[in-house]
Design a protein around this ligand. Structure first.
Ligand code: OSB
Ligand code: MG
Length: 373
């Protein structure tokens, strides 16, 4: 699995969301996505950059990721003809920018897997053909609006509900969802770093509701705070933003800062590192689940393959395409019995629908690597 790169395409697409998605850090109305297409003589592959438009979830943002790829990764890629594993040491001297690196790595990995006729799931060690789907529900203007949204998702078959929370929108929405839909619904919350340790008593008020987990209540670098909070509340703590590498996962686990980990390949520099986090967690008996970043079908396909690994024992944010987009850029991912099918074809196993892709494209640049030694 090697192959000289003939070139790289950077493509920006504008994808209107079916409804605004509000979190403790902001509201997304439209997804401005950077796609990377890697071309070799044998095949081409796709990677989706999960950076949001602004640096509100992590330091990366989509314009910055594109600039970083152009200025720092493309010069390295011009001479690259190795296995995708060789990209990690090649990129390693450049600090940070995991989402930009992940997008490029995934495009190259997809091209190499397609050339080798190997599905991404098989490459990573997937053991399932379909994965249970949860849904992430944004902060709403009112509790009745939230209950309507949750009712719709449960009717569609979603197997787990995640409520975005922030100070002022936490205990009441959770109580209302429990009262209306009962104790059997798998329910969890995600704070996206909106609290501090002084909120511990308040967060303990979530204890009676039998939540699966509370995701990232405290700041990204507050590992000790999460460990302390874990002794003050009964709801299991899950980390998202804090888990930036397999080493960070090992440290957080060793310090008892989390009992569960959300794995997002973009946050950790790609699917190779995501796989290592899965392995570290499995070795420590820590459950993992697949996070999401409002991906199009291209990014979703790869996330679903990862979610099919044996350590992914909780439903992920691997929702169907129509939870996000009226028209996806691939054949839509659909919910069947609350599950999403793992693509069976080589690489990520899906193709962009060319007409749709072109109709949402706002910018394309092609970087040609041939003729350069
Ligand atoms: O914290 O998990 C998060 C979306 C964008 C940025 C961060 C997060 C999210 C989600 C949505 O919760 C997950 C999805 O359905 O893609
Ligand atoms: Mg999260």
């Amino acid at each position: 699995m090697t192959g000289r790169l003939q070139g790289l395409e950077l493509r920006r697409v504008a994808m209107p969301l079916v409804s605004p998605f509000r979190t403790s850090f902001g509201t997304e109305h439209e997804r401005d996505v950077l796609l990377v297409r890697a071309v070799t003589a044998e095949a081409e592959g796709w990677g989706e950059c999960v950076a949001l438009s602004g640096p509100l979830y992590s330091p990366e943002y989509v314009d910055g990721a594109q600039a970083f790829i152009k200025r720092y990764l493309i010069p390295l890629l011009r001479r690259f003809d190795g296995h995708v594993y060789a990209l990690e040491p090649l990129f390693e001297p450049l600090k940070g920018h995991p989402m930009a690196k992940a997008a490029v790595q995934t495009a190259v990995l997809d091209a190499q897997l397609r050339a080798a006729a190997l599905p991404l799931g098989a490459f990573l060690g997937a053991t399932k053909q379909r994965v249970p789907a949860g849904v992430s529900v944004g902060i709403m203007d009112s509790v009745p609006a939230l209950l309507d949204a949750v009712a719709g998702y449960l009717a569609a078959g979603y197997l787990r509900i995640k409520l975005k929370i922030e100070p002022g929108w936490d205990v009441e929405p959770v109580r209302a969802v429990r009262e209306r839909f009962g104790d059997d619904v798998l329910l969890q919350v995600d704070a996206n770093t909106a609290y501090t340790l002084t909120d511990a008593e308040h967060l303990a008020r979530l204890d009676p509701f039998g939540l699966l987990l509370i995701e990232q209540p405290l700041p990204e670098d507050d590992i000790r705070g999460h460990a302390r909070l874990a002794t003050m509340i009964r709801t299991p703590i899950c980390l998202d933003e804090s888990i930036v590498s397999a080493r960070a996962a090992a440290d957080a686990i060793a310090l008892n800062a989390c009992r569960i980990v959300n794995i997002k390949p973009g946050r950790v520099g790609g699917y190779l590192e995501a796989r290592r986090i899965h392995d570290v967690c499995a070795a420590n008996g820590v459950a993992v689940w697949a996070g999401g970043m409002l991906e199009t079908g291209l990014g979703r396909a790869a996330n679903v393959a990862l979610a099919a690994l044996p350590g992914f024992t909780l439903p992920g944010d691997t929702s169907a395409s129509d939870r996000y987009y009226a028209q996806d850029i691939t054949e839509p991912f659909v919910l069947q019995d609350g599950h999403v099918a793992v693509p069976a074809g080589p690489g990520i196993g899906v193709e962009p629908l060319r007409d749709v892709l072109d109709s949402v494209t706002t910018e394309t640049e092609w970087h040609n690597f041939t003729g350069v030694s």
